[in-house]
Design a protein around this ligand. Structure first.
Ligand code: TXA
Ligand code: MG
Length: 331
């Protein structure tokens, strides 16, 4: 172990705060190799990482997050070659989407190979794979593939059901007492979780919206003949996509336009209801980047209500709206 000590399974909670220089990356890698947990920056949100091939390390993620063991995790790998080894049917849809958008904010659901342990998938026959673009995450994956499995299981590094973290500070305030380290790689640039595409069904289906939109997916797939859909009627195959997710403590009310928003603000003022308003940037990429910080900041002043102006439902606006509808859903 380089430098300081860390505790892998002690009751004593010591969370190392690592910076993303050579030494921080080496320490993060060593913690992974030793079966510990380390929060890592990605371009979407911070993930809580552990060795995806080590059942005891993976179980620490579930404990730290207080997440039901049946909720499957995404495996992060360095490149598409490595992704193929975790699937026994990395089909043409997966090949096309992986080579078009990786490294990047896209997760592909494919049939698993025997390399994938049951603890990752909650016993399912499919596995979710992603090659993240964040330089720091890439460096950790590269170093970990030299000394270990090179496969990092990482859900968003927040307590189960709450808002995902987009800064190292968010991670520390949510789970500082429950993890071995956080590697600070700055603010996440995308700001909302990856798009998930189920490549095992025909037509391919978007299970979670994100920065890679349906239009982008379909334009990449155009030579394959497959046309992906967002129609999703069956029982959720992606647990955690349930309503009332991504939820702050205050109740959230959504508005399509400023007129409706202002008249509700007047109603709150008249009735002495405390509220915080989130307008969001008109630039939807910035809106997405700032969304979770704005929700956390709004919540911090403990208002009764958080009022949010919805973005237009185009490009990443579709994914922002999805997260906001979930934040506003009945609890
Ligand atoms: O952007 C992201 O995807 C971030 C960063 C850290 O990579 N990760 C993330 O992980 O959002 P998590 O665990 O918070 O969300 C992953 C979602 C969950 O809703 C889970 O149910 C679904 O992916 N999922 C994972 N494996 C699955 C599987 N085999 N079948 C169905 N859904 C799966
Ligand atoms: Mg999550």
């Amino acid at each position: 172990m380089v430098g300081r000590e860390f505790f892998v399974s002690d009751n004593v909670a010591v969370c190392l705060e690592l910076i993303d220089d050579g030494e921080g990356i080496a320490q993060a890698t060593e913690i992974l190799r030793a079966g510990g947990t380390v929060a890592l920056p990605s371009e979407t949100v911070y993930g809580l990482g552990a060795d995806a091939t080590n059942a005891s390390a993976v179980s620490k993620i579930f404990t730290a997050k207080n997440r039901p063991a049946s909720h499957p995790l995404i495996i992060h790998i360095e490149n598409i070659e490595s992704a193929r080894s975790f699937s026994n049917d990395f089909n043409v849809v997966a090949e096309t989407l992986g080579s078009s958008f990786w490294p990047g904010p896209l997760t592909l659901l494919v049939k698993r190979s025997s390399k994938v342990i049951d603890e990752i998938t909650g016993g399912r026959e499919t596995v979710a794979l992603r090659v993240p673009a964040h330089e720091t995450f890439q460096k950790v994956l590269h170093a970990f593939s030299q000394v270990g499995s090179g496969a990092i299981a990482a859900p968003s590094a927040n307590k189960y059901g709450s808002v995902s973290p987009t800064t190292a500070q968010h991670v520390l305030s949510d789970m500082g007492n429950h993890i071995d380290a956080v590697l600070d790689g700055g603010n996440c640039v995308v700001g909302i979780e990856s798009t998930i595409v189920d490549c095992t069904v025909n037509p391919p289906a978007i299970l979670r919206q994100g920065a890679i939109t349906l239009e982008l997916v379909n334009s990449a797939l155009r030579h394959t003949g497959a046309v992906a859909t967002e129609e999703f009627t069956g029982e959720s195959r992606a647990p955690g996509m349930k309503l009332s997710h991504y939820a702050p403590l205050a109740s959230v009310k959504l508005f399509e336009n400023k007129v409706a928003l202002s008249s509700y603000e007047e109603h709150c003022a008249l009735n002495k209801i405390s509220f915080v308003t989130i307008l969001g940037s008109e630039d939807r990429e910035i809106y997405a980047r700032e969304l979770y910080s704005m929700l956390r900041d709004a919540d911090a002043s403990q208002p009764t209500e958080i009022l949010v102006l919805l973005p237009e439902p185009s490009d990443i606006g579709v994914a922002i709206r999805d997260r906001l509808f979930k934040a506003a859903a009945p609890r």
